[in-house]
Design a protein around this ligand. Structure first.
Ligand code: KIV
Ligand code: ZN
Length: 527
């Protein structure tokens, strides 16, 4: 169901600061266990990121494999606008390889990193702070000899003593780093702490104004986006992020979330980016397909439910004014419209609107009947799709004029046999109950109907289809009866296939009886 949105006043961007968007979907994102992309998929993702206005694409880790090297090199050759970065450890051969991979880019960058925290120095690197400082100087100098654009990252910066971090940052800038990235590698920091770290470093490092500071946050505590935005408050002007928030462990800050936070809350986040937000849904779908990583339903911005409303109160509000329950317009991120999902929480207002959209104008009584049947269906079935509602209305229309109605049905089926059905029909307002066995539950049900309403028609067709997908889908049953060379077809739908079958049979029988009534005496024989 589509919802009309009222126009929001546009927010002036003149006094906002610009933030560089550095996408690492192809590097940190691809490092998620199981998220490996093929060469072609990487090129496709890079092309979309470039079209979308991402400023820097970290295309991979060239030393990691020949495949990674080739992908970075090809992306560097093909990308029209964005800067292409290749990652390198603080090892000369890594830096040389990264330099070679990005060499053909219009705007190449080498991104080199080294651990700075005591825990990494002691257990992983087995080096002291002075040795690490020497490495920072040597590696940045080497990278600057290959390209003009060098990013240096202090891995595990948020668990590094600020004095040592300040020394490293100063040395990296002095050696030629143009961007200083201070990652929250293990997703440990908090917004206040991260903001203060940037403020502190930018105040105390004498050459801080010679480089752009960058945030890179992991989501182990679910704070990656909040921390990234806090880093901007502390003076950072580059955000490293990934589409759908994919990345090591719990992932990285999600690009779509940081971009939309700045767009929607420009009043408190006075920043702009070059990203065309209307391509976010496309990018999300492409990355989900390329990595085979599904997007969680309730994922902010791009999740399936991010613009879907099921509760009656919310649907009612949305129909009156979308701003009652939506803070951004679906078109802003490239979605066609919001959707009102019909389910057990939906109210009359939304149900009537949905029926109108499907082309059904019902009288008050018919609407009430349909609404009750819809609620009963929604109680049994998780998702009520448009096809379910169509089937429900069709069923109601055919049944409204019927002389015979299915009032109750119980079927006992299983391996034991014989299968047994007990049916209560209302025939001309009179209740008749019959119990029969049969060769299977359908046969037993049809035998019971025959016992209740005597007739000689032959069963010509019995066909079952699922209206939608899933084990809770409604069964759509068609039955054709034949008498004196004439055929009569009935349809029944229900989440219970036996009930649908009984309704279909009775539907055909009603048509047959109506025909008889028109042609002959019209007397119904109740057995
Ligand atoms: O999380 C991290 O520290 C990284 C670095 C390589 C920048 O991904
Ligand atoms: Zn990372």
């Amino acid at each position: 169901m589509t919802v009309e949105h009222i126009q929001r006043p546009s927010v002036s961007t003149s006094d906002k600061d610009h933030v560089i968007i550095f996408d690492t979907t192809l590097r940190d994102g691809e490092q998620s266990p199981g998220a490996t992309m093929s060469f072609e998929e990487k090129l496709e993702v890079a092309d979309l990121l470039d079209q979308m206005g991402v400023d820097i694409i970290e295309a991979g880790f060239p030393i990691a494999s020949e495949g990674d090297f080739q992908a970075v090199a090809e992306i560097a050759r093909q990308t029209k606008r964005a800067t292409i970065a290749g990652l390198a450890r603080a090892i000369p051969i890594d830096i040389a390889r990264a330099g070679e991979a990005v060499r053909h880019a219009k705007s190449p960058r080498i991104h080199t990193f080294v651990s700075t925290s005591p825990i990494h120095l002691e257990h992983q690197m087995k080096k002291n702070q002075d040795e690490v400082l020497e490495i920072v100087i040597a590696t940045v100098t080497q990278a600057r000899g290959l390209v003009d654009n060098v990013e240096w990252s202090g891995m595990d910066a948020t668990r590094t003593p600020i004095d040592f971090l300040a020394r490293c940052v100063e040395a990296a800038i002095k050696a030629g780093a143009t961007t200083i990235n201070l990652p929250d590698t293990v997703g440990y920091t908090t917004p206040e702490e991260y903001c203060a770290m940037f403020e502190n470093l930018r105040n105390r490092v004498p050459n801080a104004d010679k480089a752009i500071f960058s945030v890179h946050c992991h989501n182990d505590l679910g704070l990656a986006v909040a921390n990234s935005l806090a880093g901007l408050r502390g003076g950072a002007r580059q955000i490293e992020c990934t589409i759908n928030g994919i990345g090591e462990r719990a992932g990285n800050a999600a690009l779509e979330e940081v971009v939309m936070a700045m767009k929607v809350r420009g009043d408190v986040l006075p920043y702009t980016t070059n990203v065309d937000a209307s391509m976010l849904v496309r990018a999300s779908k492409l990355v989900a397909a390329a990595t085979s990583f599904p997007v969680q339903y309730n994922k902010a911005i791009v999740g399936k439910n991010a613009f879907a409303h099921e509760s009656g109160i919310h649907q009612d509000g949305m129909l009156k004014n979308s701003e009652t329950y939506e803070i951004m317009r679906p078109e802003d991120i490239g979605l066609k419209s919001s959707s009102l999902v019909m389910g057990k929480h939906s109210g009359r207002h939304a149900f009537r609107k949905k029926l109108e959209e499907l082309g059904h104008q019902l009288s008050d009584n018919a609407f009430q009947d349909a609404f009750e049947r819809f609620k009963a269906l929604a109680d049994k079935k998780k998702h009520v799709y448009d096809e379910d509602l169509e089937a429900l209305i069709d069923d109601q229309v055919t049944r409204s004029a019927d002389l015979i109605k299915v009032e109750a049905l119980t079927v006992i089926a299983g391996t034991g046999g014989p299968q047994r059905a007990t049916i209560t029909l209302s025939v001309n307002g009179k209740h008749i109950t019959k119990e029969c066995t049969g060769d299977g539950p359908v046969d037993a049900t049809f035998n019971a109907i025959k016992a209740a309403v005597d007739h000689t028609a032959n069963l010509q067709l019995f066909q079952v289809k699922a209206v939608t997908e899933g084990t809770d889908a409604q069964a759509d049953v068609s039955v054709r009866l034949e008498e004196d060379g004439r055929s009569f077809t009935g349809r029944g739908t229900d989440t219970d296939t036996m009930v649908a079958a009984a309704r279909a049979y009775v539907g055909a029988l009603n048509k047959l009886m109506a025909r008889r009534a028109m042609g002959k005496s019209g007397v119904l024989a109740a057995g």
